[in-house]
Design a protein around this ligand. Sequence first.
Ligand SMILES: [Ca+2]
Ligand SMILES: [Ca+2]
Ligand SMILES: [Ca+2]
Length: 798
Amino acid sequence: MSSPARRIRWLRATGSLASIALVTAASLSVSSSARAAAAAPPPQEPGVTLRVFDMQTELARLCVLKTGQTPNVDKLMPSVDWTTTGDFGLGDRFLSEVTGNVNVTTAGTHTFRLTSDDGSRLRIDNAVVVDHDGLHGSESKSGSVQLGAGYHALRIDHFDNGGGQQLTLEWQPPGATGFSVVPNSALSTDAGVVRVTAPGRKECEGGGDAAGDGLPLTSVHPAYSLTNLRPSGFEPQVSGMDWLPDGRLAIATWGGSNTKLGEVHLISGVTGATDPTKVRTQRIASGLQEPMGLKYVDGKLYVSEKVGLTELNDTNGDGVTDDYRRVATWPFGGNFHEFAFGMLYRDGAFYLNLSVAIDYGGATTDPQPAANRGTTIKVDKATGAVTYLAGGLRTPHGIGWGPEGDIFVTDNQGGWLPSSKLVHIKQDRFFNHYTNPAGPFDNRAITSPVLWLPQNEIANSPSNPVQLTTGPFAGQVVFGDVTYGGLQRGFLEKVGGEYQGAVFRLTQGLESGVNRISLGPDGAIYTGGIGAGGNWGQAGKLNFGLQKLTPNGAEAFDIVAMRAVQGGFELEYTQPLSAQTVQGLAGKYRATQWRYLPTSAYGGPKIGQQTVTVQSATPSADRKKVTVLLSGLQSGHVVHLRSPRPFTSESGKSLWSTEAWYTLNAKPGATARTGPIKGLAAKCADISDGGTAEGTKVQLWTCNGTAAQQWTVATDGTVRALGKCLDVQQGGRANGTVTQLWTCNGTGAQQWVAQPDGSLRNPRSGRCLDVAGNNSADGTALHIWDCLDVANQKWVLP
Ligand SMILES: [Ca+2]
Ligand SMILES: [Ca+2]
Ligand SMILES: [Ca+2]
């Protein structure tokens, strides 16, 4: 059993390359001997794995962590004997989890002594040997167990609430006269594992949590019927999917990290009423380098390999590709993470995403081995010419058509991505992931995500989006997830001219984590699975998969949509709420909000998380809609709304999934505001001498009501006066770069975001508008400086 925290997000790292290669080879083969090899224990190294989770809340007992949370600390330790905050990496209010193996040389009774501050529990081979739970200082407790020679799974759970902390594991093996710390020579843990950590608060399962109500779903959505599509022995790690006109499904398979073992198969008998015995597969291409996209155009299949786009040709009519024509190449520096995620086609052009190079462990490689990665590209089918649509992406794992025929892309958590997200691609857009050297759009204003997908709550490694065409969720986008698993759905709406919206759980219950999905000609959602090596993929699932979800006409009680309205949201349900639910309705919703602050660090915490008070909840006459008004909603935040069970429909059903996460980039009805911007010593931001020349100095000055102090805080993130924009000189990012007046040009040098602490932040530089030297004299320049929550960075906006 691998604990959820050991799993590694899709493509954040490859984990143990040796063990992944082994498993991958097994998965692609149909021979049973290869599968047996995959079942061999992974390579070991001496010591144990210590993972520590920052709970930031009072702890009185051990608890069960919610699944899929990345630890704050993850390290190899020689033995279990820790007392300092340095040992644990955290001081107070943390949970620690120790995993590994005890290697027993002499069979017989082994007595273990666990000394801990506060509580702890020792399991050997999943059986509790010492239960030492609860609040206490450093105390010892022992337990005995019969062990045969060989490896036995070790697991210790521990917590510290406050004050001192300790965790020590001693033993008395057969023949020993007393206790000693279990030595390094008797301990081992999986070797070569990439130890990914993420900051922020982690959560335990709560007493009221259940599947779909505080926790991930565990089963198939009632409105869909699940069909297995893999004939015996067919174990594809699906990395691309498309349809032939005759109803056959084409799939690409991954082939494993840094290999050329990718294949293409044609699969018949999948549509309509079917089962695995009716499915036939034919391998038509092989030797492909980690293909991540597949498209059928005008009678031919095209594959996006790591280095370029390949056309598959069968020149001798035997049904198997014998000519692999390179249609296009793109920048590729040989890094394991430089995938070409695809693939869409329209009007003579393919569309796909190039992920950036990353280091093992997840940091963005600096400098990048190839230019212009982290982009959505367009490839001319006739000429192979590559042009760039948008940039600032990291692991743009999925690409799909969405509302209005536009392109939507999922990007996975990492550097510059505090959480995974769904973005709306348009020419010249920049999505906030910076590289060295700079990408083609790094100087553009940052485009906010359509949906933040809060990490581990509703996503971990989201894959390609597909827009549904029928059913209760028609028009919404659905996407899979390799590590969180299942399918999620996004309701999108335009506010202030841009898409934003809510994400909901849709289904789990599939055989594997989901790498690719496609709508079939029969209206079913086809799901292709992937995973590897025990620390990559969905916990407890297969490393391969092919299934479909067919709408069956049944109806779950679900939240269809969450729309932003003045002062709150309108929720739309599939069925009328019960009379009982409508009573005291406002008390049945719980809301919180937070924001994210992208930095170069891997992942990131929620910033400023706070409870939001529900003012009122008013049902419509037919009880299928509820207007929920909330106090203090802030734009630029994610709003989490939960209506815990029992929350029933008129027909007596409980909500399938009780939660929604709405990305409130803009509040409806938000308008530009004009007036003075007051700062230090109640003086005003002022344009020197009211000048309008490019580069005119912006300064602090006694407020005087002139046009040189009339600023418009626009809805596009700019701050304007005298017809021009407040601009960071030459797009600088260093402390002390001065501000000036400049023609508005849509770049990140002119973007300003009001922060809850009253500062005005320029996201591109990550710094705040600051009165130089904290000098309140008239004429002091305004420049950018580290955001420090200080008086000379506080601004009262109009
Ligand atoms: Ca402590
Ligand atoms: Ca303590
Ligand atoms: Ca051939």
